[in-house]
Design a protein around this ligand. Structure first.
Ligand SMILES: Cc1ncc(COP(=O)(O)O)c(C=O)c1O
Length: 424
């Protein structure tokens, strides 16, 4: 019974070892009333420290002008370095394998410029069916850029009939089947629609066995799931910082390039002055000499204000650690599932298309609903101060986020769903 779960929610909140971190964020309000925010999978909440860090950069600019590049407590010239340590810990990487720059889709193109080097016989890209549209467009345009037809060069893997998710065995089989023709295996870490967390290590192994590179869009994985990109031998990855990483709308993107590639100055890439050897960058010499590591893919000098917000957020991740976040996340999303099961017992059938096994998902659950009724449901939730998101054609996504969500909020969500369902 859902009613009985309220006490459990309160107990879990009381025992939560990281509950204090909620106070580090602004919780949205509407007309003075609390909002129940479950949209950290789309846009994470604002760390209170973000304003302070942005203000610090604004003050430095106001007081020092151009000298802010080299003076002050956090000079702008090396600013990206402040982000690499915490980003590397999020990615499970060595510091020189990670850099923060640009935005996500831009970086995916830059990475494909280096890692999608098709030949006449090896030109295919294998990806998950139903990848985020920007990934689909990026891949299609890359394939066309090299003179191939997307229908032939892109292999999408869709779930077997009757299933909602892919299995690792199925992915491995497809990679093996197209092995000789495959240049790149490119997957989302967590699928944006279903919430499925893929086995990056197994996919990477299968790609390498086939002689292809393995790259990942980790927009829905970074800050959501602990990762070991270095040990998993991933070739490259990129993520955005505005979802689970809470760096604000349009926030910058993180990039991972395994050190076996990062230190290869011969690897083709699009170059810019910020990727040039730091020690010589301002000598303004002809001839690009890339920095070792992911930093050698940088094009432009840092976007300080958005980096400042990102830094404020990353510091909190460093304090809490991904292990503690994941521990709470499994409990929190598991509790959401338990509440939905209780609704099912009350005769309200809520289907999810996210894997049941916590090993194959992060924070998010995707509720699969009838399109018309589901849209009304989504709007009704908002009227009850609950923010989730709607994804065409059939999904309400919600992600209780361990950094700032409470178990009792999850219970409120389920209780409200029960009430609304009676009304519509
Ligand atoms: C999985 C995924 N990839 C790519 C993007 C696009 O990101 P950006 O607009 O920062 O390039 C998004 C945005 O939500 C996303 O969810």
């Amino acid at each position: 019974m859902l009613k009985n779960l309220l006490e459990k929610a309160r107990d879990l909140d009381a025992q939560d070892p990281i509950k204090a971190y909620r106070d580090e964020y602004y919780m949205p309000k509407d007309g003075g009333r609390d909002i129940y925010y479950f949209c950290g999978n789309s846009l994470g909440l604002q760390p209170k420290k973000a304003q302070l860090y942005i203000q610090e950069a604004l003050d430095a600019w106001a007081q020092m002008g151009v000298e802010g590049h080299v003076k002050g407590s956090r000079p702008w010239k090396p600013y990206h370095h402040f982000l690499t340590g915490p980003s590397a810990r999020i990615a499970g990487a060595k510091e020189h394998e990670v850099v923060v720059m640009n935005t996500l889709t831009t970086n995916l193109h830059l990475l494909m410029a280096s890692f999608y080097r098709p030949t006449k016989s090896r030109y295919k890209i294998i990806m998950e069916g139903g990848a985020f549209p920007s990934d689909q467009y990026a891949v299609e345009s890359q394939v066309k850029l090299h003179g191939f037809a997307p229908e032939d060069a892109i292999v999408e893997i869709h779930p077997e009939p009757g299933l909602q998710n892919l299995t690792t065995a199925q992915i491995q089989k497809v990679i093996e089947a197209h092995g000789k023709e495959t240049a790149l295996v490119f997957f989302g870490g967590v699928n944006y629609y279903t919430g499925q967390w893929f086995d990056l290590k197994a996919i990477t192994e299968a790609a390498h066995k086939a002689g292809a590179y393995a790259g990942f869009d980790l927009a829905h994985a970074a800050g959501n799931l602990p990762m070991e990109l270095h040990d998993w031998n991933v070739d490259f990855a990129a993520w955005c910082s505005y979802k689970y990483l809470n760096a604000g709308p349009g926030g910058p993107s993180g990039v991972f390039i395994h050190e076996r590639h990062g230190n290869n100055a011969e690897l083709p890439r699009f170059a810019g002055w910020w990727g040039h050897d730091e020690a010589e960058r301002f000598q303004m010499k002809k001839g690009f000499k890339p920095m070792e590591g992911a930093g050698g893919w940088q094009l432009s000098n840092a976007q300080i204000f958005s980096f400042a917000a990102h830094l404020a957020s990353l510091e909190l991740f460093d304090e809490v650690g991904m292990a503690a976040l994941r521990k709470k996340s499994i409990l929190l999303t598991g509790f959401l599932e338990e509440c939905l099961d209780a609704l099912n017992e009350s005769g309200i059938k809520i289907d999810t298309i996210t894997p049941k096994n916590p090993e194959h998902r992060g924070c998010q659950l995707s509720l699969f609903v009838d399109r018309k009724k589901g849209k009304v449901l989504h709007q009704q939730l908002r009227k009850h101060n609950i923010i989730t998101d709607w994804r065409e054609p059939n999904v309400i996504r919600l992600a209780p986020v361990p950094m700032y969500n409470k178990f009792e909020e999850v219970h409120y969500f389920a209780k409200t769903l029960l009430e609304i369902n009676r009304e519509i």
